[in-house]
Write a protein of this length. Structure first.
Lengths: 167, 156
């Protein structure tokens, strides 16, 4: 998103404010998609992962002066894979196991993450805006994290955030 | 020749008008004192395969955004939030001391600026008490164990 922010307070509240104000200051045209570079903080990874975002105008209602702006972001696959590898390598290197076992585990991780991603993250957003006054009527966000590890079943977490105007 | 020129101008105007119909600018048209209220609900769902195994309303917040100041190219926004419910797990809390402390930290007002279009610029108030309340909320969240009923499969 626009701008970069520091740690502490910022990490907790600023992303929400930033999310709320994201669509402002842009002209959207039906049929056009705008692409932008962003970052996502993955809880157990040390560094934020670069993402590619797209934003587009979904609909305009001239009778109510409202519009719907859609958003989708996905992490850069290679950067996510590298960050995940680094995370597991760090755990294995510091584990209380023999050097031989460490080498075996590291080779396993390398093989596993070469053929497929360990997890997938998708963020979808929708802004329903009163463009005449410049206030949102509602904002919906859905962040899907799918963990594709050695579980019997694929684990999927869906985090939904919804702002709704109270009249 | 003049007729052709006139037709060209008319067509250009029609195309311009059609393009304007297809586009919209999202920008702040705010006045000092303007205010809007929102609720913010955050939910987490966890699936194992197609089975929903956990559902939690992690936050339920009331927000009031007020345009506290309007300068040439900047707006200052005052955002008052009330934690209507932080975590489902808190419903089961019986400790009166804990409930009192939760009440103490259940609301927060912070200020920030946007540019003239409404894009976020920076936070303008960040007091020690605000830091403390946030730190306390995070500490509390990390210390509360998930409620048993929340980890049972909700559908099969």
């Amino acid at each position: 998103m626009k701008g970069t922010f520091g740690a502490g307070f910022s990490q907790f509240y600023i992303p929400e404010i930033q999310r709320f104000h994201f669509p402002y200051g842009l002209t959207y045209k039906m049929g056009d998609t705008l692409y932008y570079a962003d970052e996502i903080a993955v809880p157990f990874l040390d560094t934020p992962v670069p993402t590619v975002g797209s934003v587009w105008l979904d609909s305009i209602d001239r009778s109510t002066n409202t519009c719907v702006v859609g958003l989708h972001t996905v992490p850069d696959a290679e950067a996510l894979s590298n960050a995940t590898k680094a995370f597991f390598k760090n755990i294995i290197s510091n584990a209380s196991i023999s050097e031989t076992e460490k080498k075996e585990r590291l080779a396993e991780i390398e093989t596993q993450l070469q053929s497929r991603s360990f997890f997938h993250i998708n963020t979808f957003g929708e802004y329903h805006m009163d463009y005449e006054k410049g206030w949102p009527l509602s904002i919906s966000f859905q962040i899907e994290v799918q963990v594709d590890a050695q579980h019997p079943q694929v684990r999927r977490n869906v985090n939904s955030i919804r702002y709704e105007r109270v009249l | 020749m003049r007729i052709h020129l006139l037709i060209l101008i008319l067509v250009a105007n029609m195309v311009g008008s059609l393009q304007a119909q297809d586009s919209v600018m999202v920008r702040a048209e705010w006045q000092k004192g303007d205010s809007r209220r929102y609720t913010m609900v955050e939910e987490q769902l966890e699936y194992a395969g197609d089975t929903l195994v956990r559902k939690d309303t992690t936050r339920h917040i009331g927000m009031e955004l007020t345009v506290a100041d309007s300068l040439t190219d900047t707006f200052e926004i005052s955002c008052f939030t009330v934690n209507l419910k932080l975590f489902d797990q808190l419903v089961g809390i019986k400790d009166p001391d804990m409930i009192m402390r939760l009440g103490q930290f259940s609301s927060l007002t912070y200020r920030y600026t946007t540019d003239g279009s409404g894009s976020f610029l920076a936070s303008t108030t960040l007091t020690k008490s605000m830091r403390s309340s946030i730190a306390y909320s995070l500490m509390l969240a990390s210390k509360i164990a998930p409620h048993e009923s929340l980890v049972k499969p909700l559908s099969s």
